[in-house]
Design a binder for this molecule. Structure first.
Ligand code: NAD
Length: 499
């Protein structure tokens, strides 16, 4: 055990209460450091710092706020290799995948650099005689983000660059499972010139999250994580009058039509099902094959590719997949594979007994494939969050769409086809928030917003992009008249209008 990952409050590292949790290297199964877990006093320190910084920050010109983000972007790019190493060491994903997540995160910093344009508001001259009106976008105040383990760099970057350029002060509560890259990145933001107190990082567990929910000084909560916690944070936060956007779990289906370019679809499925060991909220975990012919052809092509997956320590180069994040995550995934077998699905590739030479205590599960999966099985109904792909066989596009629309989650989906009419019907009628046509991971770019439907998102506004600006600002409509000194109007008792 080499060190303790500290909180970052008022620009300084703070150790806090002394309560800590283990952080593992999932490739070796060894505890490599501890992370501090905030108590109420530590959280209060961060809230006080944010409240103190807010008046000056909200009045700092948006162009000046954006300049901090330009410098932040440069620092992120200059430190890409180190950040990827920190992500991979604690999360387990491959270095290449870690670089990919960081680059997608940087896109959100670039979007935030447009703050002066994004915050221009609206103006109307002469809404009445000599009366002008405008709508101003003002910051909400002290806002907080609670983030999951699976994207320790990217998901926090969905939130705080935009919240901060909108004039808010931000408290981040990252995942306690892989906190180091998140903390390092936040320190780069301080190095970029952000005034102390505008951004704090408070590590912790339920106690810290409940403290954020209960504090009357925290005006908005952005959450990304599993559905039960998303629902809890949404209901507890809104009950207290806060703005909440809470993004939850997923079960993402890919529909393979009989006319799909199967070689491309198989490559896309491999990456989207097994990349990051299936620990992505947009991972494709169900392949819905329209017709047995497509299903048989898919099985023939994909089985050898799954068996050939290169699995090892994420920090080694040239791999396809690393381990799962914790021993508990590995056991949960193996439990689902056991259940799939018990419930009658055909297990075509079994990753349960994978051994990685030199990493015998790592949290590995190999690529796994089930065929003949049905809608009642737990491997179909639940988010497994591991390298498990399920094939469901249906006889028509309508049946495939009904299956997807009936699922409780609605985060992402995609269709592989050459038929524009089928693709258009799918885009129109599928009840899912993010849809790909021949695109396996339709994660919107930073200038479109990200969000699922049904139990994949609680709240009204999606994350980042234009919806992010709406979430992190309050509208104020001002109507203004400067009457000429000589003009006097009699009292008007009828409601004023232009008619
Ligand atoms: P999680 O829900 O366990 O944890 C997320 C955050 O909530 C962490 O910061 C954690 O400390 C905190 N938390 C955990 N238990 C809590 C409790 N009882 N009370 C209050 N706070 C609590 O999620 P995870 O395992 O870190 O991440 C994986 C999940 O996140 C998956 O379900 C995945 O689909 C989802 N996810 C969703 C999206 C999306 O955009 N919809 C993106 C990434 C991940």
């Amino acid at each position: 055990m080499s060190s303790i990952v500290a909180h970052l409050i008022n620009g300084e590292r703070v150790q806090g209460s002394g309560r800590t949790a283990d952080v593992y290297n999932p490739s070796t199964g060894v505890v490599i450091r501890q992370v501090a877990l905030a108590d109420d006093a530590t959280l209060q320190q961060a809230i006080d710092a944010a409240r103190a910084a807010f008046p000056a920050w909200r009045n700092t010109p948006p162009a000046k706020r954006a300049q901090v983000m330009f410098r932040f972007k440069q620092l992120l790019e200059a430190n890409e290799a180190h950040i990827a190493q920190l992500i991979s060491e604690e999360h387990g994903k491959t270095l290449e995948d870690a670089v990919g997540e960081l680059k997608r995160g940087i896109e959100n910093v670039e979007f935030a650099c447009a703050a002066p344009e994004l915050l221009k508001g609206e103006y109307s001259r002469n809404v009445g005689p000599n009366i002008d009106a405008w709508t101003d976008l003002q910051p909400v105040g002290v806002v907080a983000g609670i983030t999951p383990f699976n994207f320790p760099a990217m998901v926090p970057l969905w939130m705080y660059p935009l919240a901060i350029v909108c004039g808010n002060c931000f408290i981040l509560k990252p995942s306690e499972r892989d906190p180091s890259s998140t903390l390092y990145i936040a320190e780069l933001l301080i190095e970029a010139g952000l005034p102390k107190g505008v951004m704090s990082v408070v590590h912790g567990d339920k106690q810290a999250v409940d403290g954020l929910i209960q504090s009357p000084h925290v005006k908005a909560l952005s959450f990304v994580g599993s559905t039960p916690i998303a629902e809890y944070i949404y209901s507890e936060g809104t009950k207290r009058g806060k703005r909440v956007q809470a993004l939850g779990g997923a079960k993402n289906h890919a529909v393979l039509m009989p006319d799909a370019d199967l070689d491309n679809a198989v490559g896309a499925l491999m990456g989207a099902a097994y990349g990051s060991c299936g620990e992505r909220c947009m991972a494709l975990s169900v392949a819905v094959c329209v017709g047995d012919e497509v299903a048989d052809a898919l099985v023939e092509r994909i089985v050898p590719q799954i068996k050939a997956l290169k699995v090892g320590a994420g920090t080694d180069c040239g791999l396809d997949m690393g381990p799962l994040v914790t021993g508990a995550a590995r056991d949960k995934v193996k439990g689902y594979i056991d259940a799939g077998v018990a419930q009658g699905a055909s297990l075509l590739v079994d990753g349960r007994d994978l051994q990685v030479a030199g990493h015998e205590n790592g949290f590995f599960v190999g690529g796994t494939l089930f065929d003949h999966v049905t809608a009642e099985m737990s491997i179909y109904t639940d988010e497994i969050f591991g390298p498990v792909l399920c094939i469901v066989r249906v006889s028509s596009l309508e049946e495939a769409m009904q299956l997807i629309n009936d699922h409780e989650y609605g985060n992402g989906t995609c269709i592989f086809t050459r038929d524009g009419e089928a693709a258009r019907l799918f885009c129109d009628e599928i009840e899912v928030g993010m849809v790909g046509v021949n695109v396996p991971l339709p994660v919107p770019v930073s200038y479109h917003s990200f969000g699922g439907w049904k139990r994949s998102l609680f709240g009204d506004l999606h994350a980042y992009g234009p919806d992010g600006v709406r979430f992190y600002t309050r509208k104020k409509a001002v109507t203004q008249r400067w009457p000429r000194r000589a003009s006097h109007e009699a009292a008007q008792f009828a409601f004023p209008s232009n008619r």
